[in-house]
Design a protein around this ligand. Structure first.
Ligand code: 7TS
Length: 402
C-alpha cells in the first residue's frame, strides 16, 4: 500500500498543504467514487424499481449491484442488506422496529458509556417507552468493554445488547464476537454499531453471528446520505416497517396494506440511488487495496504519532493502547476548542468536542477532547506536521498564560 500514490486519487488533497485527520467524522472521497456518481447522474439519473424503460432498468441494476457488493463485503445474504440514510438511521431502525415491538418492563438492554449517541439514544427512547431497563457495562480502567465486565451485567433478563465494534473516541476494538456468543446463550440479540469498524476492519457477519450490524458509506470513501443495516433475515422478516409509503408496499386496500419482502419493506420512497451506487464503487476501491493493509498502515501512523507526542510535555493521550488509527488527547490546561482553531491555522483538519459520545467524555472527566484519526491517504509527513503543530500550539498557549 502506497499512501503517496493513493493520495493522488483524492481531489481534496490536491491542496498539498492540507492535512486531513478527521476520517472518523467523514472520509475523503476518491475520484473513482466521484466518477461513478457522475456516471449515474449523467447517463441514467432516473428512479429505480419503477420505470418500464431501459434507463430505469439500468439504474435499478446499478443500485441492486451495489447491494450485492455490500453483501459480499460483509458476507451477508443479498436480502439482508437494507440501504438507509446512514449508520444513525440504521441503528434507529433496529431500536424502533425490533425494540419497541419486542421489549417490556421485565427486560434489560445492555449498552455502554463508550457508545456514540446514535447507538445509545434510540435505546434510551425504547427504555422510556417500554420501561425495559437500560444497563451499562462497567468499563475497565482504560475505558474498555471487557468480557469479564460484560458477564457482570448479562443475565436471563437481557433481551438486547447494543454495543459498538470500534469506539469513535477511544479507537478500542470490543471483543464483539465473544459478546455475541455469550448474549445468544441467554437468548439476547445483538445490534453492533460498526460505523468505525466497516471502513477499517474485515467484517464477516456470519462468522460474528451478529443479529444486526450498522454502518455509514461516508466514513469509508463513499457518498454522504447512504448507510447500511444488516439484519438476519429471520429477524427482519418478523419486524414491522417503521416508514410507510411508495415502493415498500404490496397490496393496498382502504384500511390495510401488505408489505414487500425484505429488504424492500424497509426502503420506502425513492432511495439514495446515487449514494448506494457510489458506496459500491467505494467498496471496490477499498477491496483493491485490502482492509488488512489499510488497518496496518493506520496503526503504524498512530503508534508513530503517539511516540512523538510522548516526547512532548503537557500532552495527555487518553487511549495509548488503541488498536486502531484514532488518537484522543488534550493539551493540558488548553480548551480543545481553542487548540483546534490553532490547528486550523496550520491547515490541519481534526475534531474537538465530545464527538457525539458525551458519556465517554464524562467518564474521562474532561469537558472535551481533541481527536485525530488516520486513513489510507495519511502519511508519516502528516504525522510530523501534526506533532509540530501540537508543539507550537502548546508553546503559544503557555506563552499567553493558559
Ligand atoms: N456510530 C459511531 C461509532 C460513529 O462514530 C458515528 C459517527 C455514528 C454511529 C453515526 O454515523 P452517521 O454516519 O449516521 O453520522 N461518528 C462521528 C464522529 O466520530 N465524528 O463525527 C461523526
Amino acid at each position: 500500500m502506497d499512501p503517496y500514490k493513493l493520495k493522488k486519487d483524492f481531489p481534496v488533497l490536491d491542496d498539498e498543504t492540507l492535512i486531513y485527520l478527521d476520517t472518523a467524522a467523514s472520509s475523503l472521497k476518491p475520484k473513482q467514487v466521484i466518477k461513478k456518481l457522475d456516471e449515474y447522474y449523467e447517463k441514467y439519473s432516473v428512479n429505480v424499481h419503477r420505470g418500464v424503460y431501459n434507463l430505469s432498468y439500468v439504474a435499478t441494476e446499478m443500485y441492486e449491484d451495489s447491494r450485492n457488493k455490500v453483501s459480499a463485503f460483509i458476507n451477508a445474504d443479498f436480502n439482508e442488506i437494507i440501504f438507509t440514510r446512514g449508520a444513525s438511521s440504521a441503528l434507529n431502525l433496529v431500536a424502533t422496529s425490533y425494540g419497541l415491538n419486542n421489549l417490556s418492563s421485565t427486560d434489560e438492554i445492555i449498552v455502554s458509556e463508550l457508545e456514540h449517541h446514535s447507538q445509545v439514544l434510540p435505546w434510551q427512547n425504547v427504555s422510556n417507552i417500554t420501561k425495559a431497563k437500560l444497563v451499562y457495562v462497567p468499563l475497565n480502567k482504560e475505558g474498555r468493554i471487557t468480557i469479564e465486565n460484560f458477564k457482570k451485567v448479562l443475565n436471563e433478563n437481557t433481551k438486547v445488547v447494543a454495543l459498538n465494534y470500534i469506539s469513535n473516541v477511544m479507537g478500542y476494538i470490543a471483543p464483539i464476537k465473544e459478546i455475541i456468543k455469550l448474549s445468544h446463550e441467554v437468548g439476547a440479540i445483538v445490534s453492533v454499531d460498526a460505523a468505525q469498524a466497516a471502513p477499517h476492519k474485515r467484517i464477516d457477519v456470519k462468522d460474528l453471528d451478529c443479529d444486526f450490524l450498522s454502518f455509514s458509506g461516508h466514513k469509508m470513501l463513499g457518498p454522504t446520505g447512504i448507510g447500511v443495516l444488516y439484519g438476519k433475515s429471520k429477524l427482519l422478516d418478523e419486524m414491522p416497517p417503521i416508514e410507510f409509503g411508495g415502493d415498500m408496499n404490496d397490496n393496498v386496500d382502504l384500511y390495510e396494506a401488505s408489505w414487500k419482502e425484505i429488504p424492500y419493506k424497509f426502503e420506502t420512497g425513492t432511495p439514495g440511488i446515487a449514494g448506494a451506487i457510489g458506496l459500491g464503487a467505494a467498496i471496490d476501491y477499498i477491496e483493491s487495496i485490502g482492509l488488512e493493509e489499510i488497518a496496518i498502515h493506520e496503526k503504524e501512523l498512530k503508534d508513530y504519532t503517539i511516540k512523538k507526542l510522548e516526547e512532548l510535555k503537557d500532552i495527555t493521550v487518553y487511549n495509548k493502547t488503541a488498536e486502531t488509527g484514532i488518537i484522543t488527547f488534550n493539551i493540558d490546561g488548553v480548551h480543545p476548542h481553542d487548540a483546534v482553531t490553532f490547528f486550523d491555522g496550520d491547515n490541519i483538519c481534526m475534531r474537538a468536542g465530545h464527538h457525539c459520545a458525551q458519556l465517554i467524555i464524562k467518564w474521562l472527566e474532561v469537558v472535551a477532547t481533541l481527536r485525530v484519526s488516520f486513513y489510507l491517504y495519511n502519511t508519516v509527513e502528516d504525522c510530523d506536521k501534526f506533532v509540530e503543530s501540537v508543539k507550537n500550539a502548546r508553546d503559544f498557549f503557555k506563552s499567553v498564560g493558559f
